[in-house]
Structure formats: structure tokens, C-alpha cells
Write a protein that binds this ligand. Structure first.
Ligand SMILES: Nc1ncnc2c1ncn2[C@@H]1O[C@H](COP(=O)(O)OP(=O)(O)OP(=O)(O)O)[C@@H](O)[C@H]1O
Length: 219
């Protein structure tokens, strides 16, 4: 479980959010919604320990790792790694043959789960947008996270590719009880895949049912 208590974040004099309280249960699929600059990325950076909080508490089971899938960015055609090598970047290098065999087992399992097994030798730079984004997802999963953060990971992908990626995440959420936090500006995907939303508004965060979501909350 992730519990946020009276969390406040300021950058200098700018208050991003103040006295925020919410819980995310293990295995939930929740969206973070709100206008540009409302503080969604800042909050997940605090959850990941990449940004300092100003005050308040963030309680996360310390054994639970967090995987992060960024927004799609194109990768140069001459990027030097293939899909499997790119996924392995998230593993710690080890000399232990036992650990290396275990890593290979995990990489193959994730390649299968993300439907990348037949593409594992393809140069990442030559992969399609959807394949690249699946490679980012697989790279985050190879570290066996308990929580997966999708930071606008479907933005700038074609609609059918968005659906494919989200179907895959939904399957992982249901099968492996992976907690998923989906930052998005897409109300349709929010309603289709997530059960609950945390709305960033007026420097605070309001938990709500996805039925209450309306377009104006994203603009
Ligand atoms: N390192 C920083 N230093 C100063 N201000 C920052 C920093 N990072 C973010 N901010 C500011 O904090 C506010 C919240 O930004 P944040 O990126 O968290 O919003 P967001 O909800 O993720 O926005 P978007 O939907 O556009 O991605 C913005 O006003 C932003 O300019």
C-alpha cells in the first residue's frame, strides 16, 4: 500500500500542492488526472524518491520496487542496443553464473509477457513506436516492481497501439496483482482501464470514481 499523509510540495514560493492525503491499495489500477502543471509528475517523483517533499509523509512498503515507463520519445535509428539488450539495462551486472541464469529466465518471461519474444534481436531504433514503448514497459518490469508508474506512456501513440499497450498493462495488473499508477490526459483510457482516479485540482488531490471524470478536468 502507498499512503500519503498531509503531503506538501513547494518549489521556492510556489505551492504545487498542500496537505494532500490519499491511499493506493496493493493491486489497484488508479489514474492521476488534472491540468498541465497540477503536480502529477512531481508527486510520482516524490514517491520514487527523486524529488524531496516539503512536508508530510509518504509511506511505501520498503521492499516494494517501483517501475517507471516514461512518455514515448523517438529513439535514433542508429541506437546501438537491440530490444533484449535495452531491457537488460535495468538489471544489475553480476559475475555470478547462478544470478545470470536467473536474470535470463526473468528476461525471457518478460519478453513473452510483453509479446516481444520474436522481436528481441531487433535494433531498438528500427522498432515501431508501439514496440519501443513495449520495450520501455518490459525494461521497467524486469526489475520485478510491485508498483508500475505509467507517466503519459500512451501519449503520441496511435489509438490501436494505445489500446494494445493498456490491454497488456491490464493483464499484468490482474494476473500479477501489480499496482498501476497511470498519469494521463486521456479521459477515455481513464474510464476504460482504471477503477479510480486521483484528481489534482486547486493545489490538492481529490480521490474520485472514474464515473465522475469529465473532459474539463484534463484541459
Ligand atoms: N524542478 C522544478 N523546479 C521548479 N518548478 C518545478 C520543478 N518541477 C516542476 N515544477 C513546477 O511544478 C508545477 C507542477 O509540475 P508537474 O510537472 O508536476 O505537473 P504535471 O501535473 O505533471 O503537468 P503535465 O500534465 O503538464 O505533465 C509546475 O508549475 C512546474 O513548472
Amino acid at each position: 500500500m502507498i499512503e500519503v499523509k498531509n503531503l506538501t510540495k513547494k518549489f521556492g514560493k510556489q505551492v504545487v500542492f498542500k496537505d494532500v492525503n490519499f491511499k493506493i491499495e496493493n493491486g489497484e489500477f488508479v489514474s492521476l488526472v488534472g491540468r498541465n502543471g497540477a503536480g502529477k509528475t512531481t508527486l510520482v517523483k516524490i514517491l520514487m524518491g527523486l524529488e524531496k517533499k516539503t512536508s508530510g509523509d509518504v509511506i511505501i512498503d520498503h521492499k516494494q520496487k517501483i517501475g517507471y515507463v516514461p512518455q514515448f520519445r523517438n529513439i535514433d535509428l542508429d541506437y546501438p542496443l537491440n530490444i533484449e539488450q535495452f531491457i537488460r539495462l535495468n538489471l544489475k551486472w553480476t559475475m555470478s553464473p547462478k544470478q545470470r541464469a536467473e536474470d535470463t529466465r526473468v528476461v525471457n518471461k518478460i519478453l513473452k509477457e510483453t509479446n516481444l519474444i520474436d522481436l528481441k534481436d531487433r535494433a531498438l531504433g528500427l522498432a515501431s513506436g508501439g514496440e519501443k514503448q513495449k520495450a520501455y514497459l518490459a525494461q521497467a518490469l524486469v526489475n520485478m516492481p510491485g508498483v508500475l508508474i505509467l507517466d503519459e506512456s500512451t501519449a503520441s501513440l496511435d489509438v490501436d497501439v494505445k489500446i494494445q499497450l493498456m490491454d497488456l498493462v491490464q493483464e499484468l495488473n490482474e494476473k500479477s496483482k501489480l499496482t498501476v499508477i497511470f498519469i494521463t490526459h486521456d479521459s477515455e483510457l481513464t474510464k476504460r482501464y482504471t477503477k479510480r482516479a486521483l484528481l489534482f485540482e486547486n493545489k490538492t488531490v481529490r480521490p474520485m470514481s472514474v464515473d465522475e471524470i469529465s473532459e474539463d478536468m484534463f484541459e
